[in-house]
Design a binder for this molecule. Structure first.
Ligand code: F3S
Length: 389
């Protein structure tokens, strides 16, 4: 990979230890993917935040990097293993909390904004169409590639951190038009709503793996698009999709000769049945990806004037930024469960207190059994709120 004289100097250690390590990492990634050079980025979003997922090794790595690194571009964080303020309400242990707060401190020392959310685009980190960025968090990066028209690869945590420190990323993959072209046309016959979109994503992600689906006949709102992106990134490895009439690049594509995939009601029912492994939840968890202001208002209006009829833990996962914008609705939700910021049902140690989680997210349904030893109930938000009122 070609490096400028300045980049060579960074690699040689002239700009400090952390910058050297970051450059070594980007050169290694660039070499694997045959990148010819580095591209400047305008923002980064980092995964690798929860103590549950990165452990002592991750904390050690961050401590080393924080010794002399500062990020060069706007950088935000994915959810941590707990609500950074209300962690005691989640029954998180003192030891876990201490380590988690150390991780956040290391990121903060490097200049990272410590708002921890998987919807950074709703919390002040929103790229513009055509921007080159380096984002981890599969649901968010797929959303910004596909709905916003920004450009990022499916970064891992260390690669995104290295890119944020150097303000650069290797030029390969989704940074090139040719890799952003559709590989399969999806004719979707669905009614709409979060559950339909998350199940559509589940079906399509499984079928196309890391392909680039082009959807016809759908017009999702923001929340439906974010759950579609999340589900396809979890059941497959989709980093980019097109929606006719929505995706900025969808008007410039050639669909001739592409495979066609039809997804109808029966496929959604099959997907829901195969995701649902439990019947008796002890936790209802909403907000995968993190709840938007609109979703919080909708849930609050569903619950307003009702009382909780069943004793069950309920988590509404969102970001501090969203909470600040809808305090009245948050008060309604708090009568039924906990509004948790900075975290989610998958990256927190949910398995320490729960064994069966009900959720309306196919992404969560994919990960809860493997990462959190949970049985899962997949249901719509109306059905879930119906269970308790
Ligand atoms: Fe976000 Fe956690 Fe789901 S990071 S997309 S809420 S698994």
């Amino acid at each position: 990979m070609f490096l400028t004289r300045d980049e060579e100097a960074v690699l040689g250690g002239q700009k400090g230890y952390a910058a050297q390590r970051a450059m070594e990492l980007l050169v290694a990634i660039g070499t694997v993917y045959d990148a010819e050079r580095l591209l400047p980025i305008s923002s980064a979003h980092l995964s690798g935040v929860s103590y549950k997922t990165i452990g002592e090794g991750g904390l050690e790595f961050l401590t080393e990097m924080a010794s002399d690194a500062k990020v060069a571009v706007k950088t935000t964080l994915n959810p941590a293993g707990m609500d950074l303020a209300r962690w005691r309400d989640m029954n998180v242990s003192e030891r876990f909390a201490e380590r988690q707060l150390e991780i956040i401190e290391r990121y903060s020392r490097m200049g990272v904004e410590t708002i921890c959310t998987c919807t950074p685009y709703l919390a002040g980190n929103l790229p513009r169409e055509g921007d080159t960025v380096a984002w981890a968090e599969s649901s968010a990066l797929s959303y910004i590639n596909s709905i916003v028209g920004a450009r990022t690869n499916r970064e891992g945590g260390p690669g995104a951190l290295a890119a944020s420190i150097l303000g650069k990323t290797p030029a390969y993959g989704m940074h090139f038009d040719s890799n952003r072209m559709p590989t399969v046309v999806v004719e979707a016959e669905i009614e709409g709503g979060i559950l339909d979109y998350t199940l559509l994503g589940q079906v399509v992600g499984k079928k196309v793996a890391n392909g680039v689906p082009y959807f016809r006949n759908i017009r999702p709102n923001l929340d439906e698009a974010k759950t579609l992106a999340a589900a396809m990134a979890a059941s497959g490895a989709v980093a980019m999709f097109h929606i006719e009439g929505v995706t900025p690049e969808a008007k410039d594509v050639d669909l001739r000769g592409l495979e066609r995939l039809r997804v109808g009601r029966e496929d959604l029912v099959d997907a829901r049945n195969s995701l649902s492994t439990g019947t008796d939840p002890d936790l209802i968890a909403l907000g995968c990806p993190h709840l938007s202001e609109t979703e919080i208002r909708e849930i609050a209006s569903m619950l307003k004037g009702k009382s909780k009829k069943r004793e069950i833990d309920i988590w509404f996962c969102t970001s501090k930024s969203v909470v600040r914008r809808c305090s009245r609705e948050i008060a309604v939700l708090e009568r039924f469960g906990r509004v948790l910021c900075d975290t989610c049902m998958v990256v927190s140690p949910v398995e320490e207190h729960h064994s069966c989680t009900a959720t309306n997210s196919a992404k969560a349904c994919n990960y809860l059994p493997t990462l959190c030893s949970q049985k899962v109930v997949c249901a719509s938000v109306v059905e879930l709120m119906g269970m308790i009122t």
